[in-house]
Design a protein around this ligand. Structure first.
Ligand code: CL4
Ligand code: MG
Length: 214
């Protein structure tokens, strides 16, 4: 049967990137998406903003929602200080299988815990399963209608502390209007929009950074 786009993306990484070199994996995926097939990775422009926020926060505990092929997982994990690991949630087993191989190709498997399953089920289990009390940094890039219910789940499960940073992809395109309205109007968050473009296109999109105020 015909291969899937994630499988073709993995082949492009194995062909064009250098094993153990995260930068070359990122470049190989961006090249694939610009020259072969568009794919819903955060991309290079928004990826640079992601890099700067991760560097600024320098988090000890990190959560990503929506691994997909692991592009943003690699971007984040490559910046974490030694001994820090990130947890990434992905409920599609086929995507998770590709992501594990791309993360391993980058040599970052020891800095990543990929958990297969839906965020709604996994978020309430995180404290006991991974010994995490609160997250310093959370990257949201899964189904757009899950952003709002999942941020409320973070609050209910006590996974946020004063200063926790949430960074959300696609707040303009495809758009997450309910989430934006919530974080921009809630007295419990200080929110800021980073304008950019939808990955590999000229369409407007951007990232919303929201700091939990307690
Ligand atoms: N509740 C959940 N728990 C765990 N994993 C979950 C989940 N919901 C979705 N996922 C996974 O997260 C990824 C979905 C991303 C949706 N992004 C998108 O739909 C998207 C679309 C465009 N676009 O259309 O231009 C551009 C973008 O940057 C995008 O992120 C997929 O890998 C999916 O399996
Ligand atoms: Mg996205």
């Amino acid at each position: 049967t015909r291969s899937t786009r994630p499988q073709r993306m993995l082949k492009a990484v194995q062909k064009n990137a250098t094993k153990g070199n995260p930068e070359s994996v990122i470049s190989a995926i961006d090249y694939f998406c610009k020259n072969s097939e568009w794919a819903m990775n955060v991309g290079d422009e928004k990826g640079s903003i992601l890099d700067s926020v991760v560097t600024e926060v320098n988090p000890s505990t990190v959560l990503e929602l929506g691994t997909y092929c692991g592009y943003s997982t690699v971007r984040i994990a490559r910046l974490l200080s030694p001994g820090t690991k990130l947890i990434t949630l992905e409920f599609n087993p086929a995507y998770a299988a590709v992501a594990r191989q791309i993360i391993a190709y980058a040599g970052l498997q020891d800095k990543v815990t990929l958990v297969e399953g839906p965020s709604s089920e996994l978020i309430p289990q995180i404290k006991e399963r991974f010994g995490i009390t609160t997250f310093d940094f959370i990257f949201l890039d899964h189904w757009k209608d899950r952003y709002l219910p999942d941020i409320k789940l973070f609050e209910e499960c006590g996974l946020l502390r004063k200063g926790s940073v949430l960074l959300a992809d696609n707040v303009i395109c495809p758009g997450t209007p309910e989430y934006l309205e919530y974080v921009r109007n809630s007295p419990h968050y200080e929110s800021r929009y980073y304008p950019a473009h939808l990955e590999y296109t000229k369409v407007e999109d951007g990232l919303e950074k929201s700091v939990f105020l307690g």
